[in-house]
Design a binder for this molecule. Structure first.
Ligand SMILES: C[S@@+](CC[C@H](N)C(=O)[O-])C[C@H]1O[C@@H](n2cnc3c(N)ncnc32)[C@H](O)[C@@H]1O
Length: 250
């Protein structure tokens, strides 16, 4: 799998601005991880700073890293309290053992070599330091988004790449592994806003890969289904995710 940061560089201006979806997950994520005020925390694949800004607001000393230059410049411009760096998570230009907590929201399944990236997180954590990573969760069968997801799956099959965060963490040498389910419930005012939201994050890559006529037809079908959902009780982004936690060996 190739790295995804080039896509995120193109969509950085809109990312998490249409609907505060990733910020919502970051709030739930930090309730689970619960870093102590004063903790030295590195957030990799920081994007617009969903986790980094919330961790800084809790009193953590935050270093935020992303490979997309536009993400880095937007976050740095708005948050002088955060040390924001342009870096590839596979090659962190950071000293050994200098962080208490390493976080990554919705990034580890998108990088080219997850075990190598986690090896870097282990290297920069102090012995006993905590790693915490979110990946998308699975909805139960019969969920309200099933028809919408079927339209997406027909037009743009999801990546078959295997996501095995616990296996990757173990291979990178982390111990005390555990996983916690979290979710957000974010109402969306109208179908167009929901479509714009889908075009403002990683899903945009699946639409960009279509030929132009197929993309128009796919957009028409998606909006029709979003309109049906809107008219049938409203659109809510009720999405699951999994937080994977581990510890760097002492
Ligand atoms: C889905 S976004 C998540 C952003 C943020 N963590 C959040 O929860 O909103 C994934 C981010 O990872 C970054 N990224 C992808 N590959 C990367 C790499 N190899 N090194 C550093 N960042 C990377 C992308 O540029 C993007 O900002």
């Amino acid at each position: 799998m190739t790295d995804s940061w080039a896509l995120f560089d193109r969509i950085a201006d809109e990312y998490d601005q249409v609907v505060p979806f990733f910020a919502g997950f970051a709030a739930r994520f930090l309730e689970v991880v619960d870093p102590a005020p004063g903790s030295r925390l590195v957030d990799v694949g920081c994007g617009r700073g969903a986790i980094a800004t919330a961790a800084a607001a809790r009193g953590c000393a935050v270093t935020a890293v992303d490979a997309a230059p536009r993400m880095v410049s937007l976050l740095a411009a708005g948050h002088p309290e955060i040390d924001v760096r342009l870096m590839d998570v596979h090659r962190l230009d950071l000293p050994d053992g200098c962080f208490d907590v390493a976080t990554g929201g919705f990034v580890i399944h998108l990088v080219a070599d997850p075990v190598r990236a986690l090896g870097e997180l282990r290297r920069v954590l102090r012995p006993g330091g905590v790693v915490a990573l979110t990946v998308p969760g699975r909805r139960e069968p019969g969920h309200r988004w099933e028809r919408f997801n079927r339209i997406w799956a027909e037009a743009t099959p999801p990546s078959p790449a295997r996501v095995d965060v616990a296996g990757w963490l173990a291979e990178a040498g982390f111990t005390e592994l555990r996983a916690v389910d979290i979710a957000v419930d974010i109402p969306v005012p109208d179908p167009r806003t929901c479509w714009d939201f889908h075009m403002s994050h990683g899903f945009a890559a699946r639409v960009e890969a279509l030929d132009p006529d197929d993309a128009i037809e796919f957009g028409r079908r998606s909006l029709a289904e979003l309109t049906r959902m809107h008219d049938d009780g409203g659109i809510v982004l009720d999405s699951p995710a999994v937080v994977h936690l581990g510890q760097a060996a002492t």
